[in-house]
Design a protein around this ligand. Sequence first.
Ligand code: SAM
Length: 302
Amino acid sequence: MVSTALRKTGGEDVEGGVGLTALLVAAARAIETHRLDSLAQDVYAEHFVRAAPACAGWPVRIGEVPDGDTNPLWGRFARYFGLRTRVLDDFLLSSVHSGGARQVVLLGAGLDSRAFRLDWPADCAIFELDREGVLAFKHRVLAGLAATPRATRVPVPTDLRGDWVTALTGAGFDPAVPSVWLAEGLLFYLPGAAETFLIETVDRLTTPGSALAFEVKLEPDLLEYRTSPLYVATNRQIGIDLLTLFDREPRPDSAGALAAMGWSTSVRTPFEFSREHGRGPLPEPNDALEGNRWVFATRPRT
Ligand SMILES: C[S@@+](CC[C@H](N)C(=O)[O-])C[C@H]1O[C@@H](n2cnc3c(N)ncnc32)[C@H](O)[C@@H]1O
């Protein structure tokens, strides 16, 4: 078990500290939604941005950004989130429709509206884990829109640096039912021990055939990229200094750990998906995305 002596990473609500990163991703999804060649559609995203005073002046369409696609934050970085959303939408839907998962666990769900916008089987349950303030804001905005989830949606307020398993099982998660798990844009905010605990817990709570996708950053020293256009623009334009929010302890090798536990894993760069889809970020010099990897893992059926 991970220590419950929680390290503060900023305010507990959506408008402070790491919670604000959920709004950054929502703004990116809003921009992606309105692109003519959009990779993913999220009609709720712009409502989250508009409802948060901390986002006053943030764009929700690329046409609202004076330098458009050349803006490192609202151009390239936002497109990264659009691509990530699409790739992970596809992964979750295929794990449910072809893989047979009937529980979806969104770890660090933030303002992810997949429960409302994707085509789930009616007997599917979607568990959304995040901190209380983030989920309360999300609830307020979605309730104001009278949004209806397309499967059973179960918000689980918890801190993923502590004992979140009791909260998840207490909310109705059943380890005997096949599941698919997602940690999208989460692990680099957690201490290494919490990441290790999370991976071991997924192994412990899953049936054969269950699946997990997560995002990691492989750079040994994130500060080497502090002058990258992406980090500089995010800090200057909206005051989010990602490098102070990321945990900078040495990271565990979670893909390796899952492989050692018998899972099949594949580790992909986002750029591979940009090429597959014909749009999305490609490598550039001094690139804060260089070490990003998307890991897809399945627990074999035999
Ligand atoms: C970059 S956002 C990503 C949100 C969502 N997965 C997405 O891609 O839209 C990171 C999310 O992780 C959540 N998070 C970070 N540390 C957390 C913790 N210790 N416990 C629970 N949630 C946490 C934040 O509140 C935030 O919603």
